[in-house]
Design a protein around this ligand. Structure first.
Ligand code: LM2
Ligand code: CA
Length: 479
């Protein structure tokens, strides 16, 4: 299903990568609800193999060992508490589910709930799975062979046979446990490596969302599938999966990075979306970066922007959120130099909670992009302009653009030269706080403001050397 099942006045998901459940619950209550975030994507919540070489990398969580809800993020009781508390404040929970595989194929593995597995012989007693539940052992050698993509091992990970009824039952039970606890949907890991028919059979069997958590009767889970697909000429494309739910649009990630790194011109953004070869907006799940491509895993390479290029990153994120294309996700990272390194942890390898500074930012190694003013205020902008279209597209013909979202919001961008001129904002007369340079606090704007006259015109000032090359005003932040 393609709708994220959020409250009407919300839209964006934030991926709180590797956060503990207790911290997620607190974040829903103290921050996310107030800034208008619609949901949180969690890292995989079921038991994973403990990897010690390298020491506790982030990617150990992509090696399931059972469906017991116990990881470094917390146990089942903590999970249940978190989902209930987030739902109570209108913030939905989405789980990263790994249906394609179990652990890597090697020796004896131990998991985060204490289970063990004989990964060479494909014996996972805590599920239980035996070798009969897996596809025959083979490696993906030809990435243009649809059969190999589905039937062979991705990165040497033991490949489950989702055509097997017993396996389907185990996966459906796992998803139903999550639904019982109140989740709103799923990010499907490695969807490209499973047959669409098998996934349909599995999702058709899962329960409706739990009405005790505020979902309407007969609501189906939101599904967004990770399919890396850059061209229609590939053997497997987004079209194979868009009948079941949304699909990750990786071209959005790489192209927005290329544009805001200055390798393309803003003037061309007038046809952003299908005009750039992307999938239809109703199927697209979009982001500037994700947990893989921000550290050079997966696809996208050098064009991907991350928190490390903060100005360009904020501009790309602002454009994504200002533009109506797709269903949006914000990445919230821990700082890293080493692309394998796991989350901030103490000497016992327990994850450390983010500290919260007076200015809303995080400490203890957590970047918390979702707490950057320019980012959370654009989440608010997207909520305020929901349901409107782009109007009055303006450009200087090169590296400056501006546009309205109906008569509810206006945004301007420059990555070449300063803007200082009267523009049509499409907004009702009044004075508006620019949510990029400041915040509206007790009726005062801490940044720039724009006065709009009765014909919708406002004088827009956006200098090239400002901290951010964006100005954004909307009806929700009027002085
Ligand atoms: C995904 N989407 O389809 C995730 O977004 C991605 O993060 C996962 O890979 C991948 N699929 C499998 O779930 C990550 C990471 C890999 C890592 C795997 C499994 O990017 O590097 O592979 O998780 O932990 C690691 C080693 C690899 C080894 C494998 C199995 O890097 O060299 O393969 O474990 O032992 C020999
Ligand atoms: Ca597979």
């Amino acid at each position: 299903q393609w709708d994220p099942n959020m409250p009407e006045d919300r839209n964006t998901i934030v991926h709180l990568f590797e956060w503990k459940f207790s911290d997620v619950a607190a974040e829903c209550e103290r921050f996310l609800q107030h800034k208008g975030y619609g949901g949180v994507q969690l890292s995989p919540v079921n038991e994973n193999a403990i990897v010690t070489d390298p020491w506790r990398p982030w990617w150990e969580r992509y090696q399931p060992i059972s469906y017991i809800l116990q990881t470094r993020s917390g146990n089942e009781a903590e999970f249940a508490d978190m989902v209930a508390r987030c739902n109570a404040v209108g913030v939905r929970i989405y789980i990263d589910i790994i249906l394609n595989h179990m652990t890597g194929r090697g020796g004896i593995a131990t998991g985060t709930a204490g289970s063990w597995a004989d990964t060479y012989n494909r014996d996972y007693p805590s599920v239980p799975y035996t070798y009969l539940d897996f596809n025959p052992v083979c490696d993906i050698t030809d990435w243009n062979d649809p059969w190999q993509l589905r039937q062979c091992m991705l990165a040497n990970l033991n490949d489950l046979n989702q055509g097997n009824e017993y396996v389907r039952d185990r996966l459906v039970d796992f998803l139903n446990t999550l639904i019982h606890h109140g989740v709103a949907g799923f990010r499907v890991d490695a969807a490209k490596h499973m047959w669409p028919e098998d996934m349909r059979a599995i999702f058709n069997r899962v329960n409706d969302l739990n009405v005790n958590h505020g979902f309407a009767p007969n609501t189906r889970p939101f599904v967004y599938q990770e399919v890396i697909n850059f061209s229609d000429n590939e053997a497997v494309t987004w079209r194979d999966y868009s009948g079941l739910g949304r699909v990750t649009e990786f071209r959005h990630s790489s192209e927005i990075g290329r544009v805001f790194r200055g390798h393309d011109r803003l003037v061309w953004l007038d046809s952003w979306g299908t005009g750039w070869g992307f999938m239809d907006s109703n199927y697209a799940f979009v982001f500037v970066d994700n947990h893989d491509n921000q550290r050079g895993h997966g696809a996208g390479g050098d064009s991907i922007l991350t928190y490390k290029q903060s100005k360009q990153y904020k501009m790309a994120t602002a454009f994504m959120l200002a533009h109506p294309y797709g269903s949006t996700r914000i990445m919230s990272s821990f700082a890293f130099d080493d692309s394998e390194a796991g989350p901030p942890a103490d000497s016992n390898s327990n994850i450390i909670s983010p500290g919260i500074n007076a200015d809303d930012t995080c400490s203890n190694g957590w970047v918390c992009e979702h707490r950057w003013r320019q980012i959370y205020n654009m989440v608010g902008f997207r909520n305020a302009v929901k349901g409107t279209t782009i109007q009055n597209w303006w450009t200087n013909g090169d590296q400056q653009i501006a546009f309205c979202r109906g008569n509810r919001g206006f945004v301007a961008f420059t990555q070449g030269g300063s803007i200082s001129q009267t523009m049509q904002t499409c907004l009702p007369a009044g004075t508006y706080c620019d949510v990029i340079s400041g915040n509206l606090i007790n009726g005062d704007c801490t940044g720039k403001s724009v006065t709009v006259d009765s014909s919708g015109n406002g004088y827009i000032v956006l200098n090239q050397n400002e901290e951010d090359g964006v100005l954004a005003i909307h009806v929700g932040k009027q002085l």
